[in-house]
Design a protein around this ligand. Structure first.
Ligand code: E4P
Length: 218
């Protein structure tokens, strides 16, 4: 399972990269705005800066909603760096753009996916990644994990190569359950990665080992 971090915060991306388990980054307009990044040049530079920190794919989202606009923005983003993946919303014009990018060999991430039908459409259009938003479904009392399971089944039935990128991850159990269901990638906050480290028996066990090791007089 690949681990992506879902943030535009440079310090957090560096921290996750330093752990040695990071495979990529996802951003969205809300995450960019949260970091106070505004203006086209600054936004494009920020994507390039992120690419310099990580080795894997970096999703950069278009904000146009018409085909021509999505293509124009997406091509500009893709030209920034070979690690850029163009993030396209699951709308009709977006599906057309996914097919266009796919035919041109430009990597894509179909975002705002909330149903198996949308995921099927994204795969048919040749998306590199599909992003089902697990946490947002859970927020409205719908089973986000069931969606991951359904997409896995559908993609395996037909051998679709689109990778399932479990998005809107909120905590470690989301990560673990997505791994059990065979999601190809998860993207979440730094806390969802760091949280995997933690177990009280590890802490108490280490404390005892270190206590006993004091007699070694190293
Ligand atoms: C996906 O790529 C999105 O950036 C993200 O996972 C959305 O998560 P949220 O529901 O926590 O905003």
């Amino acid at each position: 399972m690949k681990f992506f971090i879902d943030t535009a915060n440079i310090d957090q991306i560096k921290e996750a990269q330093d752990l040695g388990v990071l495979d990529g980054v996802t951003t969205n307009p809300s995450l960019m705005a949260k970091e106070g990044i505004t203006g086209k040049d600054n936004i494009l530079k920020h994507y390039v800066d992120i690419c310099a920190i990580v080795n894997g794919d970096v999703s950069a989202e278009v904000v146009a909603t018409d085909f021509d606009g999505i293509v124009r923005e997406g091509e500009e983003l893709a030209e920034l760096h070979e690690q850029i993946v163009v993030k396209v919303p699951m709308i009709k014009e977006g599906v057309k753009a996914l097919k266009y990018f796919s035919d041109k060999g430009i990597k894509t991430n179909c975002t705002l996916v909330f149903s198996a039908g949308q995921a099927l459409l994204a795969a048919k259009a040749g998306a590199t990644y599909v992003s089902p938003f697990l946490g947002r479904l859970d927020d409205i009392s719908t089973d986000g994990l069931q969606l991951i399971e359904d997409i896995r089944l559908i993609y395996d039935n037909y051998g679709f190569e689109t990778e399932i990128l479990a998005a809107s991850i909120r905590h470690t159990m989301h990560v673990i359950n997505c791994a059990k269901l065979g999601a190809d990638v998860m993207t979440g906050p730094l806390s969802s990665i760091d949280g995997l480290l933690k177990h009280p028996l590890t802490d108490s066990g280490l404390e005892k080992f270190l206590q006993d090791a004091k007699s070694f007089n190293l």
